[in-house]
Design a protein around this ligand. Sequence first.
Ligand SMILES: [Zn+2]
Length: 229
Amino acid sequence: MEGKILCDEFPRIFKIAKVQKATVVINHKEDVWGRLNYSGEAFAVKEVRKEIVEAYSSAYVGIKTYMWNNLVPIKANVLVWRAKMGRISTADALQVWRIQINAACKLCGFDLESANHLLVTCMIAKAIWWQIWVWIKVPIPQQLLSVEAVFEYIDTMKIEKGKKKLLNVIGHMVCWSIWIARNDMVFNKKNISWQKIIEDIKETSFLWIKSRSKSSTLEWEEWYSGRIF
Ligand SMILES: [Zn+2]
């Protein structure tokens, strides 16, 4: 049996198996449980991430494209990616599923809660973004109506590529902070301090960058003052 592949050795059993993607080989080596990618290479987080992004990209080609930022945690990358497609669990999305819910925005209490409203056009979100633009000393955009438009605005700025990537981190951080604050209000009945959200955005985005960029020489004072941009 050594070195033989079981599906070749027992074809009739293999035929009735529901999952036929696994390959079992018996030999004298140490047991290994792994996952092969499309190219037959062994498991690697980086490869799996690449496959997920490629799969999603190909599924939504022509609708939205998403640039993965490796200085941002996966959870925040996924939030922004989904928000750009209007696929986060805001009230408008839940209504589509006929879930009975108060559809008003949880932050302002007026308009229908959608991804673009909650993260960009809500008066509370606008106030946060306004303070962020002032902090990083970039021109305050006149009218941004969607998450997609915010990231396009950042992407088309005429600044050095490395700094643009840092601005993109801040964009993710703002969306992430608003989303977490909104969930805290809904599920934990917590009151939100908008000044605290701004401070959290400055602090946590700095930590995201420092913990993920091995070569970053970024200094806290420089970052906090916004002088870097
Ligand atoms: Zn609102």
